[in-house]
Design a protein around this ligand. Structure first.
Ligand code: FES
Length: 147
């Protein structure tokens, strides 16, 4: 059985998508269409989604999913904690890297280098049947593009 953990936010791989649901104020529950069985432990997967708030506005977002050896999953917020740039996974060094100011995070989201003041944020996550749901803060904003 898949154990789930995490608070916080993504995308990689073909066929990954997201359905959005719920908009009664923050947070907004987002259903990820990625099959949790396809996640590889230790290999982050970015899953894109479209966030639609109760007011009707929508914006693109994503979450980095990390499956752990015990089957639990963490959903990382896609925004660097320094200045909200989009970061990515660098498989060559097995670290999350932010190109804006060279922020570097470990697989568990802890800061390894650069100016980020705190670890990566997480989206609360739960498994409902075979569907991963994450709770995205209602004030979520699309990450700034990397430099
Ligand atoms: S925004 Fe990521 S290191 Fe500055």
């Amino acid at each position: 059985m898949l154990l789930l953990m995490g608070v916080g936010a993504l995308a990689a791989g073909g066929g990954l998508g997201v359905l959005l649901e719920g908009c009664a104020g923050p947070p907004v529950t987002v259903k990820l269409t990625v099959d949790p069985a396809t996640l590889v432990p230790g290999t982050p997967t970015e899953v894109p989604f479209t966030l639609t708030r109760s007011g009707g506005d929508s914006l693109p977002g994503s979450t980095w999913l990390v499956k752990h050896n015990d089957g639990s999953i963490t959903a990382f917020d896609p925004r660097c904690t320094h200045a909200l740039c989009q970061y990515g996974w660098n498989p060559d060094v097995a670290k999350f890297k932010c190109k804006c100011h060279e922020g570097t995070y470990a697989l568990d989201g802890t800061v390894l280098a650069g100016p980020p003041p705190r670890p990566l944020g997480q989206f609360p996550l739960r498994l409902v049947g075979d569907v991963i749901e994450v709770d995205v803060p209602g004030d979520f904003a699309t990450p700034k593009a990397s430099l």
